[in-house]
Design a protein around this ligand. Structure first.
Ligand code: FES
Ligand code: FES
Length: 164
């Protein structure tokens, strides 16, 4: 079956089997190796991507459902200031060990900060609860996202003041 969509801003037309997942398509044929497969049944979040700006599990999304959509993997965030802050915060706060969950954590954290702005630690933990870290390094991950969230708030406030 033919399907056309954009992948990280690039137009793609693919001929896929009805059972081909988005994860298999973008990893196997388009070198988006940030898309990690953990559970392959929608539980762990390692395969998280954006579809039309909303987070989605690429392991349980059929490629045939993508027609006309815009798909963004972590590779598509190059030059994104908030993602750069998150990457730096994960480094500074030891937010990763083996790194397998990290692309999904980063995309989920980016989505949370973009939509919510600021969150209590409890709400932040709840927001990240759909992403599992098998190294169980949650304290560092939460600290990293909280730090990026604070910095993002400061930057947004500074921009608002400068615009006044
Ligand atoms: S690999 Fe997709 S949710 Fe676990
Ligand atoms: S850092 Fe290893 S799975 Fe999260």
């Amino acid at each position: 079956m033919k399907v056309s969509f954009t992948l990280n801003g690039e137009a793609i037309t693919a001929d896929v089997e009805p059972r081909t997942s988005l994860a298999d398509l973008v990893r196997g044929e388009h070198r988006c190796t940030s898309v990690h497969l953990g559970c392959e049944h929608g539980v762990c979040g390692a395969c998280t991507v954006l579809i039309d700006g909303k987070i989605a599990r690429s392991c349980i999304t059929l490629a045939v459902a993508l027609d006309g959509t815009a798909v963004t993997t972590l590779e598509g965030f190059e030059g994104d200031a908030l993602m750069d802050r998150l990457r730096e915060a994960f480094r500074a706060h030891h937010g990763l060990q083996c790194g397998y969950c990290t692309p999904g954590m980063l995309i989920t954290a980016h989505d949370l900060i973009r939509r919510k702005g600021a969150l209590s630690e409890a709400a932040l933990r709840q927001g990240l609860a759909g992403n599992i870290c098998r190294c169980t390094g949650y304290a560092g991950i939460v600290a990293a996202v909280a730090a990026a969230m604070d910095e993002h708030g400061d930057t947004a406030r500074a921009a608002a003041i400068a615009a006044e």
